[in-house]
Design a protein around this ligand. Sequence first.
Ligand code: HPA
Length: 277
Amino acid sequence: MDYGDVDLLQQIVVQVRERSSLEPRIAVLLGTGLGGLAERIEAEVTIPYQDLTGMPVSTAESHKGELILGRLCGVPTVAFSGRLHAYEGHSLQEVVVPVRLAKLLGAETLIMASACGGMNPHYDVGEVAVLVDHINLLGGNPLVGRNDERLGGRWPDMIEPYSESLIAAAERAALSQQVRLHEAVYVAVLGPCLETRAEYRMLRVLGADLVGMSTVPETIAAVHCGMRVLAFGIVTDRCLPDALEPANIAKIIEAANSAEPVLAGLISHVLEHEFTT
Ligand code: HPA
């Protein structure tokens, strides 16, 4: 299937539109341990991915796989609870289906949050960072293949992958809520295993503060189709090569869950100040 094809994506949009006509302004994509944010949405409809013919289905632990149309802080929102990852065997084109659906449903802004390994030694577990740039080490790109010009141009530039005005809004939110918010460069790796000490050392040398297995394909697809992106990373484990401790997925999910209220506070503040006109 060519998931870069607008006609194919429209077949999914039609099924969503049979259930709701709500036109979202923002799209929210939630990662590991952060599904709780979706519960803050006043949902008009909740559609399991399985009910949408043509929709790739998420298998990752703690990811529910639902499309929610409703309001978050009064702002019309489409949320995707259940991230699709390349390590599940999805192609990068499949991974970015939610982003493109959001765009076709009307959303102009993409807000994401995900669990990350913290390689910057100043970062503590449970702290939140706003992404300011990224490095793609997935070994692929969601834009590979035929380019459907109805989505965007063949060679989008990546001069501002993360919206500077939304980063500033997130920083104002953090200041007003007295929350520490790092500015991070995120590197995306394929996974599913975590990195070796030598790999963490290399990724740090490359200039990354956070490492994770998501976000970058979605950002690329969003930039391609002209959406602004605001992405947060939750530090769920510290990745210090010379003091590395065994990580476990339960602890990672617990750390993500514990940061969820802070993240929700930041996102709410941004929505209330930037999107309620
Ligand atoms: N590496 C990659 N992805 C991650 C990590 C990590 O250490 N922690 C949480 N997501």
